[in-house]
Structures are given as structure tokens and as C-alpha cells.
Ligand binder design. Structure first.
Ligand code: PLP
Length: 399
């Protein structure tokens, strides 16, 4: 039977204390026990259904975590105060001093900076590779390698990772494949394709409102239990907990994700076709000549299209700046980082979300100084938006 992430979320029956259609928000840091023995058992992890302290677990966070686990088809999940909280806790739960990680070179700049600048302080070594070059991935494996880390659709080059192929390399070497699926929720279900752990920035498409940051780790129960262990669990001890009020609002937004993803994708595809007609240089995985098109088609649920991210290459940072300022001025959207918002957002990746990546690495990954990344909004009349974009391109003599 086809894996149906949306129905999995909709089939969950999550009620509030009084039969409320939205689960009640648990606005408490601590929890009472009627018997001291139950408190001891909860600390030992043997008491079922008890909460001890909200950095450990909070019922509102559990509702959201359960919905995300259902969406990914993993046994369990944990929610964090940011996507970086999810990424860093996952890495530090798996790796210790002396270990080695193989990571895609094209990943979100903050994740890159963590691996490049922070992990070496704790003697964890990272080799950056092109995730689409499976021979390069295999060649990078060392006896102390613990993890392959990639993004399903990489930021900002929109390369596509072949998750089944990477999972098979990981399995053959007894290591974990960790996949950041932030750009492609519902479109791709990495855990169904062999990924061991799936991480998210909930800040983006999943929440979709740009009103908070949040993150999630979807994984087998054993991993989530280890993360939240009171004695040595990374999430429990580093403490990047999500606020329950935010969990509650993100859970409500999760229930419209499928409709939003369809619209983001439709709008991006429409623009890609116009860009092609006008001979622009751009990246969109929905185009048959995109490097990862065939791999994505093999992995994706076609109900949700090819995603809302599209990037146009104007070659120089100066041209990119002029284009973005003009687009903001004409009401195309906002010159802002981040993605998955109902308004279109655009930024020059090399100067913003990938600015942590040194220029030499930017060149190695093929990141052009003039790359403008768009997160397409939910525009009702996308032709109207295209006309605005076109007028900017004409005014700057790009077309
Ligand atoms: N993963 C990806 C692909 C991202 O684009 C981002 C942020 O831009 C993150 C993770 C980090 O998420 P957060 O900002 O919620 O910490």
C-alpha cells in the first residue's frame, strides 16, 4: 500500500481534556505525583504515560511529536526549539570525540558552520562531499565514520540526494544516514526510503507562518528514548526544548501542509516554465534536465509536485542585489532569508544563508555569487506575480 503521510496525520485522534478538537495546551514546567514511588519510576523511565518535567517531555510537545512521527512513518519523534537544535542534538547523540562524519557540502549554512567550525573543537572530523557522487561518498568512509549527513533537496543548490542509494552505503558500513527533509516535507518520506533519522526545521514549510522557530527529530523509539534519557540524553541535557504554546500552533498548521505544498509547487513550476521560455539560467528540480530530476521522481509522492524552491543565477552579487531590491519594491515578495512562507521570499544565498560557507567551498560546490533563491509563496494569481518579476528583469536588461 502506498505510504500516505497526510492520512497518517489525519488518522491520529488527538483530543483535549474536555473533548476539545485541538489538544489542550499544557502550560506547565513541572508535574505532580500522588505517590513518590511513581516519581521514582518516571525518572527511571519505567512509568507509562507520566510526565516529570517539561524539558524532558511536555504533553503538547508529545502531540506534535506523535503527528510528525506519523507523517514520517517513524516509531517516534522529538521536537526542539529550532531546526539547529534538532541537527546538533542528533549529531552529538551519535558522535563522540574521535568520530568521523561524511556530510554533503551543500547544506544549510548553519549546519555547515557547526560541522566545519564547532565540531573540530570536540575532535569530531567531517569530510564534505558531493552527495550526488556516490563513489565520492563511499571513498570517504573511514573505520571511525559514524554518520552520513545530507539534505533531501540541498540548500541552496537544490541538488537531490539519492536516499535509497545513500542508505544502502550506510547499512553496508553499519553507520547512520541522517537526512534533513526541511525543503521537501510530504514530497519525500526519507525514513520510508531507508534513512535512519530524519531532521526538520519546522520553522519553514511545516509551520508556514514565519511566527516562530522549531525543529524535529523523527527516528526509531530507541534513538528518541536515548536522546531524552535523564542521565546521558543529548536533548535532555543540552535542553533545546520547544515551548508548548508553539507546539500547539505548529500542530494546527501541520494539518494544512498538504494543501500549501501543492500550491508552493504549482507556483514554482509555473515560474520555472516562464524562466525557461525567457532563456534564464535557473535551478528547479521539476525540469527534466535538472541533475536530480530522475532521482527525485523515483522517490517523491507526485501529489505534492517538485517543491516550492527555485533559484535563478544572475552571475554577479551586484545584479542579484539590484534584482531583489526591485522585486521587493514592486511587491513580488520580501527580500528575506528563510522559506516556506505564504509570501514569496528571496535572498542571495552566497551572501546570506550560505555566507558561513567559505568562498573556496562555495566555488567547490558550484555556488554562483549571483544565485537568487526563491521560496515561492501561495500567490493566488501567479501570472500576475510573473509579470512583476518579468518587469524587473526587463528593467535591469537581464531579458
Ligand atoms: N535545515 C535547513 C535546510 C534550513 O534551511 C535551516 C534554516 O534555514 C535549518 C535547517 C535550521 O533551522 P532553524 O533556523 O529552525 O534552526
Amino acid at each position: 500500500m502506498k505510504f500516505d503521510a497526510v492520512s497518517n496525520v489525519f488518522d491520529l485522534l488527538q483530543f483535549g481534556e474536555f473533548g476539545d478538537v485541538n489538544p489542550s495546551i499544557t502550560d506547565s514546567a513541572t508535574y505532580t505525583f500522588m505517590q513518590a514511588k511513581t516519581m521514582t519510576e518516571t525518572f527511571e523511565g519505567t512509568a507509562e504515560g507520566c510526565f516529570l518535567y517539561s524539558r524532558h517531555w511536555n504533553p503538547s510537545n508529545k502531540f506534535l511529536a506523535d503527528a510528525l512521527a506519523a507523517m514520517e512513518g517513524t516509531e517516534s519523534a522529538w521536537v526542539t526549539g529550532s531546526g539547529m537544535g534538532a541537527i546538533t542534538c542528533t549529531i552529538l547523540q551519535i558522535c563522540k570525540s574521535g568520530d568521523h562524519i561524511i556530510s554533503s557540502r551543500t547544506i544549510y549554512g548553519g549546519a555547515f558552520a557547526f560541522m566545519q567550525n564547532w565540531l573540530p573543537k570536540y575532535n569530531i572530523e567531517v569530510t564534505f562531499v558531493d552527495p550526488t557522487n556516490l563513489d565520492e561518498v563511499k571513498a570517504a568512509i573511514k573505520p571511525n565514520t559514524k554518520m552520513i549527513y545530507t539534505e533531501t533537496m540541498t540548500n541552496p543548490l537544490l541538488q537531490i540526494s539519492d536516499i535509497p542509494a545513500l542508505a544502502s552505503i550506510a547499512d553496508n558500513n553499519g553507520i547512520k544516514l541522517v537526512v534533513d527533509n526541511t525543503f521537501t516535507p510530504l514530497m519525500v518520506a526519507p525514513a520510508q526510503l531507508g534513512a535512519h533519522i530524519v531532521v526538520y526545521s519546522l520553522t519553514k514549510f511545516i509551520n508556514g507562518k514565519n511566527d516562530c522557530v522549531g525543529g524535529a527529530i523523527c527516528a526509531p523509539a530507541e534513538f528518541i528514548n536515548a536522546l531524552s534519557n535523564v542521565n546521558d540524553g543529548t536533548a535532555m541535557l543540552l535542553g533545546p526544548v520547544l515551548d508548548p504554546l508553539r507546539s500547539s500552533s505548529i500542530l494546527k498548521n501541520l494539518h494544512t501542509l498538504h494543501i500549501r505544498m501543492q500550491k508552493h509547487s504549482q507556483n514554482a513550476m509555473y515560474l520555472a516554465e516562464r524562466f525557461r521560455e525567457n532563456n534564464l539560467t535557473f535551478l528547479y528540480p521539476g525540469m527534466s534536465d535538472h541533475q536530480g530530476h530522475t532521482v527525485l521522481k523515483k522517490m517523491m509522492n507526485p501529489d505534492f509536485g517538485f517543491g516550492g524552491m527555485i533559484a535563478i543565477d544572475l552571475k554577479t552579487a551586484e545584479k542579484a542585489s539590484a534584482f531583489m531590491e526591485l522585486m521587493e519594491n514592486k511587491g513580488v515578495g520580501y527580500l528575506a532569508v528563510s522559506l516556506g512562507y505564504f509570501k514569496t521570499l528571496f535572498s542571495n544565498s552566497g551572501k546570506s544563508t550560505s555566507s558561513e560557507v567559505p568562498e573556496e567551498e562555495q566555488q567547490k560546490m558550484g555556488l554562483s555569487a549571483g544565485l537568487v533563491r526563491f521560496s515561492m509563496g501561495l500567490d493566488h494569481d501567479i501570472e500576475r506575480t510573473w509579470q512583476k518579476i518579468k518587469s524587473c528583469l526587463v528593467e535591469l536588461k537581464i531579458i
